[in-house]
Design a protein around this ligand. Structure first.
Ligand SMILES: Cc1cc2nc3c(=O)[nH]c(=O)nc-3n(C[C@H](O)[C@H](O)[C@H](O)COP(=O)(O)O)c2cc1C
Length: 389
């Protein structure tokens, strides 16, 4: 690739304006589905950052398995049902949301678009989507909590220093968050090869964008949530985390506690026994362990194990309204999306995120109407089936 192209893209990236140009508006009219955002995002996001966005682990098999899992499920539409009104709303912990589509926590959003999290929060808030903010946010939580008109949730990477973890939790609660989503799937580390290959394609100097790096270049630098922490001792994948840790978190917060990254019925049962309020069935978008198993394939055993005793959300590979429908039919209480809104953010900023969410809402409502299900409660296992392979 020509370094000149990177340079031009990077300059474009730096001067990105919240307002779309006439060309961009025309271009966006041609966007019909979530996947259409990816090519544009790849063209404008610097290669190393796009590598970080797209990477899975090892051979990216789990990343592909997430999407492939949905292809094995088909819909069993029912006819002659009154679908003249279609109610997509859900309730989570007593809070009503007009859509089950939730923004998954993703870090470093300013790496994809100059404004980052505020642009995402405005788009999410405008259509009342629940947003989960990452520990690795490039904008302080207090700012995002103010932008979103409804309470957001905070995703916590449990750190290796209890005092730091506790401070993060208390800061999120003070900012008005109502739920703490503890990510537990990167405890063992990870091997992001696709990202590593992209980094060497990038001709820019990392230090130009990462001047505050304080850890000898190991890739972690002081994010807003780590203010006042000693970056030389902090790690965000705490290897000594166990079920006993849940009680410690419970003692320091009134927020609901969810675990993100469970993939088995055994862990789902333990989550219930340890008083967890919710589970996010997730493999970090194929970015944690190369299990080779898509999350939609993990969902049934987890729903079966918890028997309605906790909220169950799912993420990974959701790209169509029909995917959302399939997850809801298998018992999810809501779905989270990651890469699609990041592609849209990189491509068109806030307007892109608004559009990607609108596409998914419309596709999901269409899938509901076409299947003869006018409410979320009407969506059942009988509305789907599995292809034999
Ligand atoms: C660029 C990127 C950054 C992410 N950052 C975080 C994070 O900070 N915390 C976290 O719990 N999950 C993180 N995730 C995982 C997402 O929350 C989510 O599990 C995943 O993106 C869902 O899969 P999908 O991208 O196929 O929709 C990240 C994912 C991506 C793609």
């Amino acid at each position: 690739m020509n370094p000149g192209i990177y340079r031009r893209n990077f300059l474009q990236f730096l001067v990105a304006s919240p307002l779309l140009s006439a060309d961009e508006k025309a271009e966006m009219k041609g966007i019909l589905n979530v996947m259409d955002f990816e090519a544009k995002a790849k063209a404008v996001i610097p290669p190393a950052h796009f590598g970080y966005l797209s990477t899975g682990v090892d051979d990216d098999k789990t990343l592909r398995a997430n999407m492939a899992g949905y292809n094995r499920i088909f819909l069993r539409p029912r006819r002659m049902v009154d679908i003249s009104s279609c109610d997509t709303s859900i309730e989570l912990f007593g809070e009503k949301w007009p859509t089950p589509i939730i923004l998954a926590p993703t870090g470093h959003q300013k790496a994809f678009y100059v404004e980052g999290e505020p642009a995402v929060a405005r788009a999410a808030s405008a259509a009342s989507h629940l947003m989960i903010l990452s520990t690795m946010t490039s904008t302080p939580i207090e700012e995002i909590a103010k932008i979103h008109k409804r309470p957001i949730w905070f995703q916590l990477y449990p750190t290796n220093v209890w005092d730091y973890s506790e401070r993060l939790v208390r800061r999120a609660e003070a900012a008005g968050c109502t739920a703490l989503v503890i990510t537990v799937d990167t405890q063992g580390g990870r091997n992001t090869e696709t990202e590593a290959r992209s980094v060497v394609l990038d001709s820019r100097q990392c230090s130009a964008c990462h001047p505050t790096r304080t850890d000898g270049g190991r890739g972690r630098h002081a994010k807003p949530m780590f203010q006042g922490f000693d970056m030389n001792i902090l790690t965000t994948n705490n290897p000594s985390l166990t079920w006993a840790s849940i009680a410690k978190y419970r003692k320091v917060t009134k927020m609901k506690i969810l675990l993100k990254g469970l993939e088995s019925s055994e862990d789902a049962r333990l989550a219930v026994e340890n008083g967890v309020d919710g589970i996010v069935v997730s493999n970090h978008g194929g970015r944690a362990v190369e299990s080779g198993r898509g999350t939609i394939d993990c969902l049934p055993e987890i729903v079966d194990a918890v028997q309605g005793r906790t909220v169950v959300l799912i993420d990974g590979g959701i790209r169509r309204g029909t995917d959302i429908f399939k997850a809801m039919a298998l018992g999810a209480n809501g779905v989270c999306i990651g890469r699609p809104y990041l592609w849209a953010l990189g491509a068109y900023g806030e307007a892109g995120v608004a559009k990607v969410l609108e596409i998914l809402r419309n596709e999901f409502a269409l899938a509901m109407r076409q299947s003869g299900t006018a409410t979320i409660a009407a969506i059942t296992k009988s509305h789907i089936g599995m292809h034999r392979i």
